[in-house]
Design a protein around this ligand. Structure first.
Ligand SMILES: Cc1cc2nc3c(=O)[nH]c(=O)nc-3n(C[C@H](O)[C@H](O)[C@H](O)COP(=O)(O)OP(=O)(O)OC[C@H]3O[C@@H](n4cnc5c(N)ncnc54)[C@H](O)[C@@H]3O)c2cc1C
Length: 546
């Protein structure tokens, strides 16, 4: 076994959180940092750069882990695909780039669990520090951070009609989902920098790569954390077919994401003692919450045929795509520089929920869209795809080990739709789609419902559609949850409870999933964690209007 020299900090996983940590911890030349990443270094792959190519990116097996869930008992026994980035930037290098923080009430809920420092007023300064928002600096936004938040160019025909429909139904028209009001309809912002994907690899890590105090090892699979009694002292990993160890003088930080951070803790003997012993792993520290409490947004689609050639399908004609590619290369603008999203709404369906509990996303394109040309091949047709995303599901899943071999994928069970409230929310959303597209002026944009189909009406019929098609929004969280109770894995400073010099910093620490896309919240968590690790005082809380 080769032992490399010691570092002050070892960060495992160069994803959304890991790249932020590596960039911030190494900004002080006095700190030496080792960043270990299982995937490769190819952040300059053309697919990754082009926002419009995001589907090809996350489905590219060379850039991901290729996980799928165990058969989901309440979703017709289907195995749900679980895309995750395995490359510098992690999932931020393959995700949909949509910028969302969730609802302020999500973070106030964390504070109410007893987690000091995590109210919205206290995390807002970290959201601001991370972003360069197109709106510029304000109470709600940062103007000069690393993470570019770009304005979405909306369609002149569709956007005004969809927003007018929302207003007619009594919803608010918003200019900004992250201002004083956060529930209503608008266009989402995207993490796109000059027409290119703004992953954390591009925006936090790449500028730090030349620093002599930062070592980045790619194609390196961490196997376990090394301990001296209860203190983490390093990491064992495999690289180029050989096992090696690196030592951490100050801390080991797991940033391997909601599936692999709990996997690494379990492989290291930290987790439910009975489960570990059953696999022949000596239990170093009995921590029953590791891998439990898995949450993800549950999503069901609806598809409507457009009333004419008014959708993004027109842009996918081969000659137009070729011109758009040229424009993108020359100017970083045009159809390739964004995602075809017509409008987005954050709504409250269940009155008892704090904040919005449903995300309604209208895309003027089929999920199976492809380039086309007359005489060559047909396109997917002019349709609207609506993603109905339940933001606060009650069902809980878990991540467990398949074996004690670090190369084996963990077992992932979401337990989607286990709770009746989750099915009810999704039924409600499918019915909302019908109401929305039966209301003018949106009604004029569509001619018929294709999925679930106009004949699918009763609760039982809708439930069957939901079971057949439910997926996750690819936002897994909460498997190493921060908290103060016996199930908590980390404390409010993200330190693994009962151990020393070991933190978890990624989506797994969220005590409960936030009501929005999760990339920006993970980046905020890593920004805040960097101050904790470096012993800096937290940024002063924002003063928000009541
Ligand atoms: C297809 C897709 C679309 C999405 N769309 C959006 C969106 O539009 N907007 C949004 O806000 N969020 C979106 N998300 C979610 C968001 O990207 C994630 O919540 C976020 O990236 C998670 O960050 P993380 O740091 O927790 O994990 P990741 O970014 O997944 O990072 C974990 C890293 O650890 C590495 N790793 C894991 N195990 C090991 C090991 N043993 N050794 C070494 N390295 C290891 C992984 O390869 C990876 O690079 C999407 C996610 C996906 C997959």
């Amino acid at each position: 076994m080769r032992t490399v020299k010691a570092f002050d900090y070892i960060v495992v996983g160069a994803g959304s959180a890991g790249c932020v940590l590596a960039g911030l911890l190494s900004s002080d030349p006095g700190n030496s940092v080792l960043l270990l990443e299982a995937g490769g270094p190819e952040t300059r792959h053309w697919r990754m750069k082009i926002p419009l190519a995001w589907r090809d990116t996350f489905m590219d097996p060379r850039l991901g882990w290729g996980y799928s869930s165990e058969p989901e008992p309440h979703a017709d026994g289907r195995r749900i695909p679980v895309p995750r980035g395995k490359v510098l930037g992690g999932s931020s290098s393959v995700n949909g780039m949509m910028y969302s923080r969730g609802h302020p009430a999500d973070y106030d809920g964390w504070r109410d669990l007893g987690l000091a420092g995590w109210s919205y007023a206290e995390v807002l300064p970290y959201f601001r520090r991370s972003e360069a928002n197109w709106r510029g600096e304000s109470l709600y936004h940062g103007g000069s951070g690393p993470l570019t938040v770009a304005r979405h160019i909306t369609d002149d025909v569709l956007y005004p009609r969809l927003i007018a429909t929302a207003e007619r139904l009594g919803y608010r028209r918003l200019d900004d989902f992250h201002g004083a009001e956060v529930e209503g309809f608008s266009a989402p912002d995207f993490n796109v920098h000059r027409g290119r994907r703004a992953s954390t690899a591009a925006r936090y890590l790449r500028p730090a790569m030349g620093r002599p105090n930062l070592v980045v090892e790619t194609r390196t699979l961490a196997h376990r954390v090394l301990f001296d009694r209860e203190r983490a002292i390093g990491v064992e990993y495999a690289r180029g077919g050989a096992l090696a160890q690196a030592h951490a003088d100050r801390e080991v930080i797991l940033a391997a994401g909601a599936f692999n951070s709990p996997q690494l803790l379990l492989l290291s003997g930290v987790g439910p003692a009975g489960d570990l012993e059953a696999l022949g792993i000596p239990a170093l520290h009995d921590l029953p919450g590791v891998g439990q409490n898995l949450q993800d947004h549950q999503s069901v689609g609806a598809v409507l045929a457009a009333s004419g050639p008014i959708t993004f399908e027109s842009q996918l004609r081969l000659d137009r795509l070729a011109l758009a590619t040229l424009r993108w290369q020359l100017t970083g603008t045009g159809a390739l520089a964004g995602l075809p999203v017509a409008a987005q709404g954050f709504l409250r369906i269940r009155p008892e929920t704090r904040g919005a509990d449903a995300q309604f996303l209208v895309s003027p394109v089929s999920m199976g869209a492809r380039s086309w040309f007359p005489g060559w091949r047909h396109g997917a047709g002019h349709v609207f795809s609506v993603a109905n995303v339940a933001l606060h599901p009650r069902s809980r899943g878990r991540v467990t080990l398949r074996s004690s071999d670090p190369k084996d994928a963990p077992r992932i069970l979401f337990n989607l739709l286990e709770r009746p409230e989750d099915r009810e929310t999704l039924r409600h959303m499918l019915r909302f789609v019908r109401t929305f597209f039966a209301t003018e002026p949106a009604a004029r944009l569509v001619k018929q419902e294709i999925l679930p189909g106009a004949g699918v009406r009763s609760d039982a019929e809708l439930d069957a559609h939901i079971r057949r098609s439910v997926a996750t929004a690819m936002h897994p969280t909460s498997t190493c949850a921060m908290g103060v109770d016996a199930q908590a894995v980390v404390d409010a400073e993200l330190r693994v409870r009962g151990l020393k010099a070991l933190r978890v910093v990624d989506a797994s620490v969220m005590p409960g999933i936030v009501g929005g896309n999760t990339n920006a919240p993970v980046i905020m968590i890593a920004e805040k964690a960097a101050d904790m690790i470096l012993g800096r005082p937290p940024l002063p809380a924002a003063t928000l209007p009541i």
